[in-house]
Ligand binder design. Structure first.
Ligand code: Q9C
Ligand code: ZN
Length: 350
């Protein structure tokens, strides 16, 4: 399989995230990807490649994100430093939010102040925006686009091995360590490449709120997510079982929330449910936002999968028999992330 590797990922290196009133060290760190690369040297289950430099990336980004959000991201670091030159030494985190029109705040008079604009485009204060965030996120999206194109060209499997992750990024917002929704970029590129129906099967511990929202009113992209129950788990405000899609998309979103503490047996049975729904949809290709934060040793998550379980997960995905793009999402037990990720990829081949 082709593994499109983001060579610019380390340019996104947040220092701290806000967690319950404290700034704590970031969980989503460059070493995560290095552990996967190291394991791929030990077990070369695929070929590491880079996306071509001339991909139609900007057009692909505009297919899933709004133009104003993309402009915001492209200029964010310069605007942050312009707000105060001393900011050059500090990561940007939002500290003020408009909430929604429901609270009486205006959405028709966007502020010029950059700290306010950051709050307008971010839904948490756990996602530091740094000098290299845009470059890293952009190149990661190029990996996702290239992986989709490889599958369109006949590859059975292709992976975007990248960070920052993507599945929490919505049409016009960042958050959950995500800026650009790589899985959505891949799914849309598969559609634009001529496939009529594409399924997304998100196995990250956290609900794929961004991907769900991007495709919520569409019947051509079926989205399914297995995740920690949002009543207790991040991202809290989306991911319930009764979210089934809307309008033309009604019935084309499936959420399978599970309680914190869930082990492999129940998770596996839930995966079978999700896989049956994917089969019923009869897609021509599959996108798997692959989060490895379902691991028992994950420092911020609550499921109890073990390393060997990921071989089974890979086998199950392969059994769907679909051309498949995988994107790396969460997984914060950094030292175990290599083995767990490559176990999935090895499982795909067996
Ligand atoms: N201090 C992904 O897995 N906050 N994002 C958790 C822990 C956000 C996870 C708080 C977790 C986001 C891609
Ligand atoms: Zn996650």
């Amino acid at each position: 399989m082709k593994i499109f590797h983001n060579t610019r990922h380390a340019e996104h290196a947040g220092r701290q995230e806000m967690f319950r009133g404290r700034l704590v060290d970031c969980h989503e760190v460059p070493q995560r990807l290095q552990h996967v690369l190291d394991e791929l040297v030990r077990r070369p289950v695929g070929t590491l490649v880079q996306p071509a430099a001339d991909l139609p990336l900007d057009a692909a980004l505009r297919r899933v994100h709004s133009a104003d959000y993309l402009d915001f991201l492209a200029r964010a670091w310069d605007d942050w430093v312009a707000l105060d030159p001393a900011n050059a030494l500090v990561d940007a985190l939002p500290s003020v939010w408009p909430l929604t029109a429901r609270h009486g705040f205006r959405t028709d008079a966007p502020p010029l102040n950059f700290a306010a604009r950051l709050g307008q485009y971010a839904f948490d204060s756990g996602t530091p925006l740094t000098a290299g965030s845009w470059a890293a996120a952009r190149e990661g999206a190029a990996c996702a686009l290239a992986a989709a194109q490889a599958v369109l060209a006949g590859e059975r499997f292709a992976m975007a091995l990248t960070r920052p992750p993507g599945h929490h990024a919505g049409p016009n917002y960042m958050g959950g360590y995500c800026f650009i929704n790589n899985g959505a970029v891949a799914a849309q590129a598969l559609r634009d490449g001529g496939l009529q129906r594409v399924a997304v099967l998100d196995v990250d511990y956290h609900h794929g709120n961004g991907t769900q929202t991007i495709f919520y009113e569409r019947s051509d992209v079926f989205t399914a997510s297995i995740h920690g129950d949002p009543r207790t788990e991040y991202p809290f405000f989306l991911g319930h079982a009764d979210e089934r899609g809307a309008g033309a998309g009604e019935g084309f979103n499936l959420n399978l929330p599970l309680p914190r503490g869930t082990g492999f047996e129940v998770w596996w049975a839930t995966l079978q449910t999700a896989m049956q729904a994917v089969r019923d949809f009869a897609p021509q290709a599959l996108v798997v936002p692959l989060g490895l934060d379902t691991f028992e040793g994950d420092p911020i998550s609550g499921f109890k999968l073990r390393s060997a379980d990921y071989l089974q997960v890979g086998r199950a995905i392969a059994q769907l028999g679909l051309p498949t793009v995988l994107t790396l999402e969460g997984g914060y037990a950094a030292a175990d992330l290599g083995v767990n990720t490559v176990n999935v990829l090895e499982g795909l081949r067996s």
